[in-house]
Design a protein around this ligand. Structure first.
Ligand SMILES: Nc1ncnc2c1ncn2[C@@H]1O[C@H](COP(=O)(O)OP(=O)(O)OP(=O)(O)O)[C@@H](O)[C@H]1O
Length: 238
């Protein structure tokens, strides 16, 4: 039974169309991401990386095609069921989006409470677990502005891990960070991935891909190219 389940891809798209308003951004998008895979999403500015990610976590409606994410069928997912999908996936944005008027642990408990956690002891334990995982267990009582950019991004990653997601969607997670900090964040994603969480990471950072080569999905001219199915080169600027 469990083998049967683990064979189901975490993400599966068939002939998906990604739209922004009336503009078609991507079409005929078909790919799968298996449990525990690490996949980069690349492409020039405006090629559709963010739009694809937003479609995957149901921030943009599925315009056409079939798509399942974390066991949810997106063609059929009612708007009021989107929070259930969001509990199964972790989302990391480039902009840190921490609430600056509350402490790190309040930022994290806010999410836990919003996703149905009630037991104070369990909440405290879970916060301590995720902070430990990102190497910031001492930061629980700090305010976000007391942390560096890289540390804030680690808290955002900790927040994305709270509900043990099956996949992390990351949109330029190292975009504002210097090379050394970027390396640390990549290492953290690798650690999270090696414990079984799939990762789909949009990035412009060619060095990052060189350092940790993985499967690549490339947005180009309204289509997706998949390094698992065809050969293509990438370079700075893609
Ligand atoms: N909120 C929006 N409303 C309307 N059109 C949008 C919106 N956001 C993006 N677009 C358009 O959709 C297309 C794809 O943009 P998208 O942000 O997905 O690209 P991207 O590859 O993520 O770019 P970047 O690397 O700059 O983040 C672009 O033509 C863009 O102008």
């Amino acid at each position: 039974m469990s083998n049967e389940f683990s064979a189901i891809p975490v993400v599966s798209l068939r002939d998906v169309m990604v739209m922004q308003d009336v503009q078609t951004v991507l079409e005929k998008v078909s790919f799968e991401i298996e449990k525990g895979e690490f996949v980069y999403l690349v492409g020039r500015t405006g090629s559709g990386k963010s739009s694809l990610l937003k479609t995957l976590y149901a921030d943009l409606p599925l315009a056409a095609g079939q798509m399942s994410v974390a066991g949810y069928n997106l063609q059929k997912l009612a708007r009021n069921k989107v929070p259930y999908l969001r509990r199964k996936v972790g989302i990391v944005f480039q902009d840190f989006q921490l609430l600056f008027d509350r402490s790190v642990s309040e930022n994290l408990s806010f999410v836990l409470k919003a996703t149905g956690w009630k037991d104070k002891k369990k909440i405290k334990q879970r916060i301590s677990d995720v902070l430990m995982r990102v190497g910031l267990d001492a930061a629980a009582n700090k305010m976000p502005h007391q942390l560096s950019g890289g540390e804030q991004q680690r808290i955002v990653i900790a927040r994305a891990l709270l509900n043990e997601p099956i996949i992390l969607f990351a949109d330029e997670p190292t975009g504002n960070l210097d090379p050394e900090v970027t390396r640390g964040i990549l290492k953290l994603f690798q650690e999270i991935n090696s414990s079984g969480t799939a990762v789909l990471m949009a990035t412009h950072n060619y060095e990052l891909i060189n350092e940790n080569p993985q499967r690549i999905l490339k947005c180009e001219n309204g289509r997706i190219h998949d390094s698992a199915k065809e050969n293509f080169t990438i370079g700075n600027g893609f």
